[in-house]
Design a protein around this ligand. Structure first.
Ligand code: SME
Length: 160
């Protein structure tokens, strides 16, 4: 079944929800909002670039997850290294996929960049194969762009 999520509506709702500039509050709201509004997800959350070449677990919804994740590993690591969204239709086809939850079958990871430095990534997991379409990727990237614009993102580490 094809999902048709109304991302324009979600953008309006998220804009109203992010009414502080605080990164922790807004990160928690972002993950809870996406988990509630977008069907067929088993995990949504942020990994933060708080240590060099390392992603540290941040606010999330779902089961307890892997921490830390080095830039060298997994789908999140690939997003962090490349600063490019990673859309994986079948995680079993990715040799170094990090399985935090055996139920996950597809994944979308969107980098969050501030001042030309990777600040973190938003990671979404689904128990369905091929859950994320190109339209979902564009829609979720627009929600991340809104989050970035509405939030004071602290510099966790010095730029290299
Ligand atoms: N699957 C990810 C790890 C994070 S969990 O899915 C929450 C990866 O391969 O990077």
């Amino acid at each position: 079944m094809t999902h048709t999520t109304d991302y324009a509506l979600l953008n309006k709702q998220l804009h109203a929800l992010l009414d502080t500039r605080d990164w922790l509050t807004n990160s928690a709201q972002l993950s809870a909002f996406i988990f509630e509004q977008i069907p067929d997800l088993n995990w949504v959350g942020l990994y933060l670039h708080r240590e060099p070449e390392t992603l540290c677990l941040g606010p999330f919804q779902g089961k307890p997850a892997c921490h830390p994740i080095p830039f060298s590993k997994g789908v999140c690591g690939a997003a962090a290294r490349s600063s490019q969204t990673q859309r994986v239709g079948d995680v079993h086809a990715v040799a170094d996929h990090i399985a935090c939850d055996a139920d996950s079958r597809s994944e979308l990871v969107i980098p969050i960049v501030a001042d030309e430095t990777l600040w973190g990534v938003l990671d979404l997991d689904s128990p369905k194969l091929e859950r994320f379409s190109a339209a979902d990727q564009a829609g979720l990237e627009s929600l991340v762009a809104l989050f970035t614009q509405r939030t004071e993102l602290p510099r966790f580490i010095e730029a290299p």
